[in-house]
Write a protein that binds this ligand. Structure first.
Ligand SMILES: [Zn+2]
Length: 157
């Protein structure tokens, strides 16, 4: 059995900005409305459920709360140097130098802030937040950069 949560329909959505170093257009700071989706593959348990939707939605919302209305910066980039200096964060990317208030920034342990990497990040966070029961066989996370384009990651458990 497969469970599906559609972030656009459930308002599991966040609005944040990013840039992709060395990309022609996307190297300029810009924003997206991101929609986050989830699929679970598993067996129906004795209560008739694969897993409680409420628990899954709560966890996804907890994760995106940390990202919403933030400047997302890559903490592990080979080309963008991100440094916390007091209450400011600087990001140097090629000839570009950005400085942001620390409270407006979230630094993620990723090498780039792409939909692909955000899907990976959210999947890892889901596995730490939720104790997935034994009847779950696979989990998938999708992240859309606006409606109609996104990246999915699946993991067998
Ligand atoms: Zn973008």
């Amino acid at each position: 059995m497969k469970l599906k949560l559609n972030g656009w329909d459930l308002n599991i959505v966040f609005s944040s900005c990013h840039f992709l170093a060395e990309h022609n257009k996307c190297s300029r700071l810009h924003g997206h409305n991101y929609g986050v989706h989830l699929t679970l593959e598993g067996d129906v348990d004795k209560t008739g459920l694969v897993m409680d939707f409420v628990v899954l939605k709560r966890a996804l919302n907890e994760i995106i709360d940390d990202l919403d209305h933030k400047v997302m910066l890559p903490g592990n980039s080979p080309v963008t140097k991100v440094v916390i200096e007091g209450d400011q964060v600087t990001a140097d990317s090629g000839a570009k130098h950005y400085s942001f208030p620390l409270e407006d920034v979230v630094i993620l342990d990723l090498d780039a802030i792409s939909a692909e990497n955000l899907a990976y990040f959210i999947l890892q966070r889901m596995k730490t937040i939720i104790d997935l029961p034994d009847n779950i066989h696979a989990i998938g996370i999708g992240v859309d950069e606006g409606k109609g384009q996104g990246a999915w990651i699946w993991e067998k458990l």
